[in-house]
Design a binder for this molecule. Sequence first.
Ligand code: LLP
Length: 383
Amino acid sequence: MTRFPLEEFSHLDTPFYYYDLGLLERTLTEVKRTSRDDRFFVHYAIKANANPVILRRIQGAGLGIDAVSGGEISVAIEAGFRPNKIVFAGVGKTDREIRYALEKEIGGFNVESLAELEVIDSIAKEMRKTAVVFLRVNPDLDAHTHEYITTGLAENKFGISMGMIESVLQRSQELNNISVRGLHFHIGSQITETEPFVLLCDRINNLQSSLEEKGFTFASINVGGGLGVDYADPDRHPIPDFEAYFKTFRNHLHLRPGQELHFELGRSIVAQCGSLISRVLYVKEGETKRFVILDAGMTELIRPALYNAHHKIENISDPRGELHHYDVVGPICESSDTFGKGELLPYVRRNDFVAIRSAGAYGEVMASLYNCRPLPSSFFSEQ
Ligand code: LLP
């Protein structure tokens, strides 16, 4: 059970993000233990959480970075990550971002189209540099996750289609300032089954064999991220099953001799160590419902409003009270500003602390200024 330091909370302004750094360290230790293999390289997808305190811990564990903007590259470098351990992804890199990444000599670009490849080549030429590139392939594979966070289907905007990859490889040979080092894949996020990853391995195996027949070989394969977490019961599964995850790739992906395998994990590393802590402003008796109105809303945690996601909600001031049903909502002027409907919670009073769990990934980093609200602060503890 996560124990929240209520005494310390009582001196803080709500809402704020609370991070259990002890859990983050245990998670990182598990990532390192289960990915121990000379061929494996784990990058942290910084889009999940870019809080500098969190980043320093992740940097200390030796992970690299998967960045999707010039801003993320710069924040990662500031947090101490070596540029050569940073990969730069995204369908819409600007010229300025490409120039910045080349200047910093990052590890490479995950390239999503022929148009982008040609722009990177011309900017690299101007700068008299060679850009290391990984071509992102869209494996046309259903990851069985929410439609907004599935990325590996042919209908998505991501990557180069399986049918076009050969012609892009051929074209890349004519581009003098590009060096294609590998292939990159990412099929979606919050994937809780093994099957989509096994299917991904099969797709990669077939693709590699057929490209090798045409004379194309790769120093590196990148399988992206996507490992899911247990939002329903974070105390039962505070650390995702990294063992099974890495084993899937060990068992199913046929790496060639000397070939590297890269991963880009975001959510699975940081989700469970973070909670959004809020205070109850009012308990409102409706005609048919009882509402708990929090001082945190979709401005602090947008996942429920945006993806219909459900995060576990706890009354941490009085966890043993009599159970009642409540709709738990935020203060923002939007009906989607709702964290849970019909939640069974121990009796809730004004000023109680409520924790919204598993909020370490895509929480603080997606906070907004809507309604001119201030961005949430953060508080850390080692347990
Ligand atoms: N690599 C690529 C190319 C990605 O697009 C993503 C996430 C990752 C790695 C990291 O995926 P993860 O291991 O975190 O699943 N805001 C949404 C999630 C968006 C994910 C975008 N891409 C949410 O709150 O569920």
